[in-house]
Design a protein around this ligand. Structure first.
Ligand code: ZN
Length: 142
């Protein structure tokens, strides 16, 4: 049976999951859902691992608590995560908390979204967007 590699967004463990059981799959190490159906916060190490190894597209929102447009986009990004379901995983990275991330990915302004698929970055988009636009942007680039 076909399986996909998915990095646990909670503990960073790389899991191998049968494709037809992805939505219910849990991490073999910590038990967290591998497809949380919501945008979850990750650290730099987890982001780098998932971006490199995952068989499912990954979209990260680089944000910070002091950034007003980031805060207004947060519920839109969450809604987009729900709407995209098993098509892609959406994660958030707090660039204030993880300052090395901005430099590692060359982030010049926030909010910035980056989409990863097949082990490399496919597209990047700066500025806040409503949920419907996030969904169509993601579908267009993955
Ligand atoms: Zn885990």
């Amino acid at each position: 049976m076909a399986s996909k590699k998915l990095t646990c967004l909670d503990c960073g463990q790389l899991n191998r999951v049968p494709e037809d059981r992805m939505t219910a799959a849990k991490c073999g190490t910590c038990g967290a859902k591998l497809l949380p159906g919501a945008a979850v916060e990750v650290d730099l190490a987890t982001l780098q691992k998932a971006a490199r190894h995952d068989d499912l597209p990954l979209v990260v929102d680089f944000w910070a608590p002091w950034c007003g447009p980031c805060r207004s986009m947060a519920p839109e990004f969450s809604k987009a995560a729900t709407d995209l379901g098993a098509q892609a995983r959406l994660v958030k990275l707090n660039t204030e908390q993880h300052q090395a991330a901005g430099a590692a990915y060359g982030i010049r302004g926030i909010p910035t979204m980056a989409a990863f698929a097949g082990g490399r970055e496919r597209a990047r988009q700066s500025g806040a967007m409503p949920a419907a636009s996030i969904v169509s942007w993601v579908r267009g680039v993955i």
